[in-house]
Design a protein around this ligand. Sequence first.
Ligand SMILES: NC(=O)C1=CN([C@@H]2O[C@H](COP(=O)(O)OP(=O)(O)OC[C@H]3O[C@@H](n4cnc5c(N)ncnc54)[C@H](OP(=O)(O)O)[C@@H]3O)[C@@H](O)[C@H]2O)C=CC1
Ligand SMILES: CCCCCCCCCCCCCCCC(=O)[C@@H](N)CO
Length: 337
Amino acid sequence: MSSEEELSSTITDWLFFSSWWLLLPFIMLLVVVAFVVAFVLLLYMISPLISPKPLKLNGAHVVVTGGSSGIGKSIAMECYRQGAFITLVARDESKLVQAKKEVEKCAINDKQCQEKLGPVDMLVNCAGTSFSGKFEEVEVERFRSMMEVNYLGSVYPTRAVITTMKERRMGRILFISSQAGQIGLFGYTAYSPSKFALRGLAESLQMEMKPYNIYVTVAYPPDTDTPGLAEENRTKPLETRLISETSGVTQPEQVAKIVVKDAVQGNFNSSVGPDGYMLSALTCGMSPVTSITEGLQQIVTMGLFRTIALFYLGSFDSIVRRCMIQREQAKAADKRE
Ligand SMILES: NC(=O)C1=CN([C@@H]2O[C@H](COP(=O)(O)OP(=O)(O)OC[C@H]3O[C@@H](n4cnc5c(N)ncnc54)[C@H](OP(=O)(O)O)[C@@H]3O)[C@@H](O)[C@H]2O)C=CC1
Ligand SMILES: CCCCCCCCCCCCCCCC(=O)[C@@H](N)CO
């Protein structure tokens, strides 16, 4: 054996009989894990720069449009319970007076009995109305009125308070959209667009307002047990009812607790319940991120939630198809009689 051959056989022996190289994948894995951990730690270190400072509700002036009923009234009560001064806005005066009495029962200090008006610290755009029906059966006028009340009805109050908020370099704007502002559903051709519009407004407004320490929140509640829902249910197509049942009916107090907490913290997105959480992660798009945890959750869960969503969509389509077949059979039976 030449010395050259000897050397090569020693190297082969070493390579095959000593097992250091078996560790190579583990070492690489360790390096990758170390990098990921370092990256996440870094993100958490800069998170105070991203997360806004919470608003102090105690002593703050909160204006709630649509505050005389349903979700708006519950939001007013929740804020009053935390020590805020409240202004309620709506059209029907007797409903307003009644709501004022109910809100005042939630007082936490004597000072609240004296009214303190002044610059608005938080504006809650909750005035709104809903309508469901099949596209061709909804009066054209209804498409306009939905945009006017739900969308423009949120633009005007916001315009009224924003200049002072900018000057004071503080404030919160809350928009009450809906799960129907995240997905378009059977029966909501007039309502959904007015709620989607709020999201576009909120995203644009947030980018303008961030340097002024003003934070915008959009809430997407599911069906909530209010006089508004009862009214909507009177014309609701069967399809819409069956599809909406997926995410159930929530109580307005529950919605109020969650959205007030999110607005105080300055979270852009506010969702209610597990379906709401999935929908928001899935539809986050280019919306601003207000905590590292939120961003990481979106990154990790999106593929999984899309998979789940495809099953939901399939079941919604089959509800629509079944209802259509049933209607046609009923019609045919009617004709035969
Ligand atoms: N209930 C639900 O299932 C869900 C509701 N939402 C949204 O939450 C918001 C509140 O809904 P909800 O609590 O059910 O509704 P309600 O009908 O119970 O209350 C609506 C409130 O808005 C006021 N309002 C209605 N129209 C106008 C108007 N043109 N100008 C000024 N104020 C007005 C009403 O007072 P008045 O009539 O005296 O003016 C009332 O105070 C709406 O924007 C709705 O789209 C979102 C998701 C689910
Ligand atoms: C991963 C994907 C999960 C998907 C879950 C889908 C659940 C869909 C349910 C939609 C319910 C729509 C409620 C509208 C409420 C509303 O705004 C009106 N009631 C107003 O009165």
